[in-house]
Design a protein around this ligand. Structure first.
Ligand SMILES: C[S@@+](CC[C@H](N)C(=O)[O-])C[C@H]1O[C@@H](n2cnc3c(N)ncnc32)[C@H](O)[C@@H]1O
Length: 282
């Protein structure tokens, strides 16, 4: 397990909040409304075009371990994949609300994956950490069973007020969502064991290790964990980078890959990186 360091980034983050989860060692701050997703069209300080950077220069060939050349996707292919599925007007409205609120919603490719995963998991009960203005919630509803219920947690009551309106305008009955205002690490322990088909993590990155620990308890066997921003602006793969958020994300990745009896994981280069993992049978 990596030792977390306190770095220059900590100074620019919001006030610290203490947590007690066993998976963490350093303290972290809650960077609530300032979550940064370089691929989001609505990120306030980013260009409006959603174009995930390719892992290698556009069109470049990279060598496989055996020496054979491999042609990776270029920028146009990444953009095609990211926008493979068109979003409806409700999602567009939720993205506009996010931009107004300074909240960074999931990238379009992540929204597509959420719908896909919720459908393949036949999700009836879903937990979401980080409601935002409801972009990811709408994507989850699009894949969930018709009577499925979304339990969505956010520490920002104003964001949840907007999300409620977004769900209402999309025609989702109010008995299909529970919007819980509060700190995720205070609320998650109150949710029932093995009662959920899917847990989506998009809250405070500094708390990812604890969220995953809680998700393991909340998910049924075969349930799906989905963690957003798992490649975090290409910083996670950069060995020279050791800011707090990156270190915690690496710990989260390590937790699901080393606990092979607990998780069957995959790391997808969609949006800003998406970790998906199926909870293994007991
Ligand atoms: C990246 S945004 C979520 C975007 C949302 N998933 C979407 O796609 O519309 C992160 C959200 O997590 C919330 N948040 C940050 N720290 C939190 C915490 N400790 N507990 C609960 N919510 C938190 C923020 O208020 C913010 O709305």
């Amino acid at each position: 397990m990596t030792t977390r360091k306190t770095t220059k980034k900590a100074a620019s983050q919001a006030p610290a909040a203490t947590t007690t989860g066993s998976g963490s060692t350093a303290k972290r701050s809650t960077s609530a409304a300032k979550m940064h997703d370089i691929f989001s069209p609505t990120a306030p300080d980013n260009p409006p075009v959603v174009e995930p950077a390719p892992p290698a220069p556009a069109g470049a060939e990279s060598a496989e371990p055996g020496g054979a050349p491999r042609q990776g996707p270029d920028q146009a292919s990444w953009a095609l994949a990211e926008h493979f599925r068109h979003e409806g007007p409700e999602a567009a409205a939720a993205r506009e609300a996010a931009a107004r609120s300074g909240i960074v919603p999931v990238a379009p490719g992540v929204a597509t994956m959420l719908t896909f995963l919720a459908r393949t998991a036949r999700a009836r009960s879903v937990v979401e950490i980080g409601s935002g203005t409801g972009v990811s919630g709408l994507a989850l509803f699009a894949g969930m069973a018709g009577d499925g219920v979304l339990t969505s947690i956010d520490s920002d009551p104003e964001a949840q007020r907007v999300a409620r309106g977004v769900f209402r305008d999309a025609g989702i009955p109010s008995n299909r969502f529970r919007l819980i205002t509060g700190d995720a690490l205070s609320v998650m322990p109150k949710l029932s064991d093995a009662a959920y088909d899917l847990v989506f993590v998009d809250g405070d990155k500094l708390e990812y290790a604890e969220y995953i620990e809680q998700a393991q308890r909340l998910l049924r066997a075969g349930g799906v964990l989905v963690v957003n921003n798992a490649l975090w602006n290409n910083l996670v793969a950069d060995p020279a980078n050791d800011d707090n958020e990156t270190i915690v994300i690496r710990e989260a990745l390590e937790a699901v890959t080393t606990m092979e009896t607990a998780w069957i994981p995959a790391l997808l280069p969609v949006g800003n990186g998406l970790l998906v993992a199926s909870r293994a049978d007991d």
